[in-house]
Ligand binder design. Structure first.
Ligand SMILES: [Zn+2]
Length: 255
């Protein structure tokens, strides 16, 4: 199948595009895939414990390790890559409905995507959240306290346990965020899943929502996904090439 040729015919007609992005779009920026077959959590159950809400709440040592690991997270020094930049181009061309991302690294916003178009279904590591009162604080402020010697810094307002504002295993997704993601899937005319294995809900279900509501569906991913058969096109090329190419076909060549 010569997918790009097929795409070239109908991509320019796409007017309202929702992109679902997963870990694969950030690996080019040096951020490891935590959940994949070679993922950090898959290979190291102790690392997974830091992301499980029960052990995080129950074990101060897990929290101390988690704070140190937040200080050392590769995202703090990571730069957005060509894949992120392509989505900024898509937005500037007026064709982007939303970016629904499974990533917590904030790189879409760093690249220049409008924060109001980025729906972070797994939350963000750029903020800390108090698990008692819900207070949100920019993460660098809390990490400065960790650097200064507080191993498990409590909430400044209520003294509660804090965590990165991400969805840990055992935590429910935020309902308003999930609703926004579903709305973005239902109201687009093209749904592009990029760098995601489509094995984690609700991401996988969003593809079905989009297709059932009449959208075309493109997958850009190195590995096969359970939804390849549903897609109008599946691109196996590296994201840093495939996504800029898709955007160019959609919007016309950029200068
Ligand atoms: Zn609090």
């Amino acid at each position: 199948m010569d997918a790009p040729q097929t795409l070239a015919g109908w991509l320019p007609t796409a007017r309202s595009i929702t992109v679902l992005s997963g870990a694969g779009i950030s690996t080019d920026s040096g951020i490891p895939d935590f959940r994949g077959p070679q993922g950090v959590w898959t290979k190291d159950p102790a690392a997974a414990a830091m992301s499980t809400i029960g052990s995080y709440l129950a074990d101060p040592e897990v929290r101390r390790r988690a704070w140190r690991s937040r200080c050392d997270h590769p995202a703090w020094s990571a730069k957005p890559n060509a894949g992120h930049a392509a989505l900024v181009t898509l937005e500037r061309a007026g064709r982007l409905r939303a970016i629904v991302t499974q990533n917590i690294d904030g790189l879409h916003q760093s690249a220049g995507s409008s924060p109001e178009l980025v729906i972070e279904i797994h939350g963000t590591m750029r903020e800390a959240e108090c698990l008692s009162c819900g207070l949100r604080t920019p993460m660098p402020e809390i990490l400065a306290r960790v650097d200064a010697g507080e191993e498990d810094p409590p909430c400044a307002a209520c003294g509660g346990i804090q965590k990165s504002a991400t969805i840990s295993f055992g935590q429910a997704l935020k309902e308003d965020v999930l609703e926004a993601a579903i709305a973005a899937a239902r109201s687009c005319d093209l749904f592009v899943a990029v760098g995601t294995s489509l094995t984690v809900q609700p991401a996988a279900g969003l593809c079905l929502e989009a297709v059932e509501h009449g959208a075309r569906f493109v997958i850009i991913n190195a590995q096969p996904t359970p939804y390849d058969g549903l897609a109008d096109a599946v691109l196996r090329k590296p994201i840093g090439e495939a996504l800029p190419h898709l955007v160019e076909l959609t919007c016309g060549a950029q200068e």
